[in-house]
Design a binder for this molecule. Structure first.
Ligand code: URA
Ligand code: SF4
Length: 285
């Protein structure tokens, strides 16, 4: 059957969903509203899904959540309801559109408590077909104000690293494990990272970078679930979703420990070699 995108009903957006079922329906609703805003007027749905979306009453009564079960009952991983096709054949225009769509869903995301204290969401930015995707920890104060990843002091250092590698900033993609700023720049909690990770996975699937550079311990932990420290892991090739991943130090760490720059430069040279590129002549980090 055809579901015609009609007028907006924001009541469910305003009332925070309280369980996984409601969150799933809410995500679908937001996606349908997004499609409507983009100009889509029709959507093919089977009758049962349409009925569930139009009726806010769950077909199956959701299980009650014990009040003391977990500190973060409102943050299970986002359902992958609106996952764009992740074929390697996706063209740049489609990828850009799908990336904007991910960013749009992020902008209204309430899946973890970090949404309560954010100013702007920071979905990440850059090329939609980058050779390299850099992944940091999470937005800081500047990023939270501007809605852009790595624009503060650490970001300026990252720009230098990117340029020393022979790229412009907008030729790579720069993002984070969590898209909302943790209060006081604390490290994101494991549940927050788990809640946010599906967005990053979608981005990676769309971007199809040749190499991921994981910046710092949190990025590596968030992606690879390892407890091994960054000092041990840095410089060693790993793999995430079939994409070669190079762990290295976070630029904020380099601001405090400039000696680490030499190691990061070694790691970036390994990345360049892996990409069949020659490091540009000495512009040492
Ligand atoms: N640190 C990060 O990990 N990410 C940013 O976007 C900025 C600082
Ligand atoms: Fe949603 Fe991620 Fe922000 Fe948490 S950090 S509210 S999961 S976008």
């Amino acid at each position: 059957m055809i579901f015609a995108a009609g007028s907006s009903d924001n009541s469910a957006v305003q009332n925070e969903p309280s369980n996984l079922y409601d969150q799933t329906v809410e995500q679908i609703r937001q996606y349908v509203e997004y499609l409507r805003d983009e100009g889509t007027r029709e959507l093919e749905l089977d009758a049962e899904s349409a009925r569930r979306l139009l009726n806010k009453t769950p077909a199956v009564a959701p299980k009650p959540v014990p009040p003391s079960a977990k500190p973060m009952q409102t943050s299970p991983p986002p359902p992958r309801v609106a996952a764009p096709p992740a074929q390697p054949t996706i063209n740049a225009v489609e990828a850009e559109k799908a990336l904007r769509e991910v960013a749009k869903r992020v902008s209204v995301c309430t899946l973890c408590p970090l949404h309560q204290t954010r100013t702007k969401t920071v979905p990440g930015q850059g090329s939609s077909h980058p050779e390299i995707m850099f992944i940091g920890e999470g937005p800081g104060a500047d990023e939270d104000q501007q809605g852009l990843a790595f624009v503060g002091k650490a970001g300026q250092l990252l720009t230098k690293i990117v340029e020393a590698m022979g790229f412009k900033r907008d030729e790579v993609f720069i993002g984070n494990i969590v898209k909302c700023r943790p209060p006081d720049n604390r490290v994101p909690l494991p549940d927050e990272m788990t809640a946010c990770l599906p967005y990053l996975k979608e981005q990676i699937a769309l971007l199809q970078p040749k190499v991921i550079v994981a910046l710092g311990a949190t990025a590596v932990k968030g992606l690879l679930n390892t407890q091994t420290g960054i000092t041990k892991l840095r410089g060693q090739w790993m793999s995430y979703q079939g994409i070669d991943l190079m762990p290295t130090y976070h630029p904020a760490y380099l601001l405090r420990n400039p000696d680490g720059k030499r190691d990061v430069w070694e790691d970036m040279k390994a990345v360049l070699e892996h990409l069949g590129r020659t490091p540009p002549p000495v512009k040492k980090q």
